[in-house]
Write a protein that binds this ligand. Sequence first.
Ligand SMILES: [Zn+2]
Length: 405
Amino acid sequence: MNDIPQQHPHGAEAIAPGSQAALRAWNRERITEILEEHGTLTQAQLARISGLSPATVSNIVKSLESDGAVNRTPVTSSGRRALGISLTSDRSIAVGVDIGRRHIRLIAATRGREVLAERFVPLPVGHTAEKTLVVVGAEYTELLAETGRGQSDVIGIGVGIPGPIDQRSKHVVDGAILPEWVGIQAVPRLEATFGRPVILENDANLGALGEVSFGDHTAKRSLVYVKVATGIGAGIVIDGALLPGSIGISGEIGHMGLHTSDAICRCGNRGCLETVASTQTLLKQLRESGRTATKSEDIVELAQAGDLAAQRLLEDAGGAVGRACAHIANLLGPEVIVIGGPLAVLGESFLGPIRASMRRHSVPLIRETVGLEATSRGDQTEALGAVALVLRAPHNVQDLTAIRH
Ligand SMILES: [Zn+2]
């Protein structure tokens, strides 16, 4: 493959075999390092020094340019006019905040998608929005201090919430996993906390953005991220962009009726996917069978310890999630469906049943072409997606609120 550089400063084993994302990230880093060392260079010079093909260099430069990490200026090279590539002296960063039922995670990254700092705080279930705002504000100050940047360097803050968000009012709507946030003027309150512009987005949507911006799938144009957690939702990327739905709500697959259950769902309907496969459902069933299970980590631990009930529940849940994935695949035909949420760490013991059921319920060509994988960025995916939400905005704060429509 001509994209592999001749010399690898970290040793060839630093790239996981077959991992295109690792290779792209490495190439990007290499080009950035060369520009740091040499200053302005033409694309031809970059190709020569890096050992990468001109086409690869061109792609990396395009991607760095779209992130605002480099700019082009006219130069003369060997007596001919050319365009010089140089790093912007830009110190700006984007911050992503993932607010969950039991945690807050904050990540700060540059336009070049280098993660500078990360903070994680566990929170008690039922934390009020007021309390969360205080904690998140304090953590933001710490995060900024760790990056060595100032408040004016922050171009914006993406915030993910586990719940549907009506983008007309910017309100978290009823049905959210964080009922404490429903109806709150979330964006103004968050902007008052951070003192910077905020974009609010549903967590599964951010998972999808995280995968195509920071994960193993940066070359994908269509991807569906399915988050299986206390609730179940999907983020849909089509033609490289998030599918917002007409009012910002889409991918509510947790409420697909699957005819495998007739239990009443929190949405008021019967037999929704969540009544079979949400972690809340699994925990409840484990407790009913006499096991101690209060949080999603308990499901993972029981399954890994060989607990038969936990394994059986995961098989059933996987079967139902796989059926929903088959419907998504039949409908949208994405390149890949990525499974996120706390159960993704179980790997094939959870993905296996999903895969089998997805194959059974999808049409032949779809079954052969649509991939199914666990998230490549683990617990960070949504916070990274929140960073990406800001980085994908036009290069100035003023346009930030207009990017979704
Ligand atoms: Zn429902």
